[in-house]
Design a protein around this ligand. Sequence first.
Ligand SMILES: [Zn+2]
Length: 248
Amino acid sequence: MPHTDSILHGRYAVVSCHVERPLDDEVWRRFSALQERRPGRFAIAALMRPPAADENEERWLERAREAQERGPFGLHTHWTAPDHARPTGGDPAALVREQGRWLRSVGLDAGFFCGGGWYLDEAVAEAVAELGYTDCTATAFRPDYLEPDAAHVQLDEPAWLRLSSGSRLLELPTTHTVGMLARGLLGPFRRPVVHAYFHDTDLLDRRRSTALRFGLRFLGLKRTPLDLAELQRGLRPAKTMSFANSRA
Ligand SMILES: [Zn+2]
């Protein structure tokens, strides 16, 4: 593979949303309005949880297509249940493959993956690479609810993850929560890329949703706003690490 330099030189920010309850009309209304409005000039990526067996697939598809018109689009897998993100057994990679194939079969062009509850093991990473997605499951912060030995990747800057199969996966870690932005915790972060995230359900809470709008405007002033797809196309991380060594 020819060596390609990054075409991006500067300090950037991207924003993604874990869209967990797109079939809740109020959640969806608020998320759509925010994505439409582009606070801080951010085209917010919608990383959507696919519909469970008892959820309305047709309406989900309508909404996913709307989200895809407004910004980058990706898969957010909840393994156990709509309200229980991390896997509790079975074959986590198989579900990711199944959901990725399903998205393709219905004509949705997902480009990104984020594992629910920040779950990423190497088999899941292989499935994500096979689907041609860029991963956003690694985090620069340590989610406080994770057990010390929980499967999770901690990284504070974009990198290639080298997998056992020999393939490699572009990792654009999630670096900031909305709360961190709102508390002005951007300052110490010297890395070139800030990737902030929030949950669609945050928008139901007035305090969180105010913090989000404030945080995104602040971020848009401090960094050059990009979207995840622009970052995916333009960034060629210098760092490659083996998945086995990236586990935190
Ligand atoms: Zn989630």
